[in-house]
Design a protein around this ligand. Structure first.
Ligand code: SAH
Length: 241
């Protein structure tokens, strides 16, 4: 295993911020939420995420709106949380790390595979990207679409198997795969623009994977770099029809 195993320990050891009254509409409660979010961003920055657009988006997007009500008091802790269907919203540090490495900027066309709660899509949308996101579970795709709309984040969500990307909208400036793959799906590499960047966890889908950065040069040649060990839920296969 290459990279820095510290990140796995940190995933498990997250800092829980517990204050049941944080979520009411009272002005003092809203201050508490802001402080909790600020502490989350400070932690992410202290671990090395520097990109100002990424940090500003993490500071702006209300993560507590993306977690089930039962977990709201942990919304700003640095660990993944269950979102139903055996799936999770990713650890905030990893969201920040992947976002920074994708180098998203306003106006870029970005594909996300693994919509989940819609949080990563909201971060990209807040940066000003044109976001397309695919989710394999119908119920999660529907709830993420409704949530993003309610909160005012523009992102196009569709149900489907992200192994095949989104050919009708390709090519993309950046692709973020937020579920673990056993291999790099060729369709996704094909759908990356020259100069584009893709992040994908690859390895043992029920264990540890390596986060891989794939860059395409101006001639369209792809190269890969291994970043750090991570644990994502598996990238599933759609059942045969
Ligand atoms: N990015 C999400 C968290 C991702 S968890 C967030 O911000 O909340 C991984 C998600 O990938 C899960 O919701 C899972 O259902 C979805 N998924 C798994 N296999 C998939 C596939 N083949 N295509 C699209 N989505 C998939």
């Amino acid at each position: 295993m290459t990279g820095c195993p510290r990140h796995i320990a940190l995933t498990l050891a997250g800092l829980a911020i517990t204050a049941p009254s944080l979520w009411s509409q009272e002005p003092r409660a809203a201050d508490g939420v802001r402080r909790a979010r600020e502490a989350m961003v400070a932690l992410i920055a202290s671990r090395g995420v520097k990109d100002s657009a990424t940090l500003a988006a993490l500071r702006a997007v209300p993560r507590h709106e993306f977690v089930p009500a039962d977990y709201r008091n942990e919304a700003y802790a640095d660990h993944p949380l269950p979102i139903g269907h055996g799936q999770t919203i990713s650890q905030p540090y990893i969201v920040g790390y992947m976002t920074e490495l994708a180098r998203p900027r306003a106006g870029m066309k970005v594909l996300e595979v693994g919509t989940g709660s819609g949080y990563q899509a909201a971060i990209l949308s807040r940066i000003g990207c044109e976001v397309y996101t695919i989710e394999i579970f119908d119920a999660l795709a529907t709830s993420a679409r409704d949530r993003l709309k309610r909160l005012g984040y523009a992102a196009t969500v569709r149900q489907g198997d992200g192994h095949f990307g989104w050919p009708e909208q390709a090519p993309f400036d950046a692709i973020l795969v937020t579920a673990a793959a056993g291999y790099i799906p060729p369709a996704l590499v094909e759908q990356l623009k020259p100069g584009g960047r893709m992040l994908i966890p690859v390895g043992n889908v029920y264990g540890v994977q390596n986060l891989i950065l794939i860059t395409k040069n101006a001639r369209g040649e792809a190269s890969t770099r291994t970043l750090l060990p991570v644990r994502f839920v598996p990238l599933l296969r759609a059942p045969a029809r």
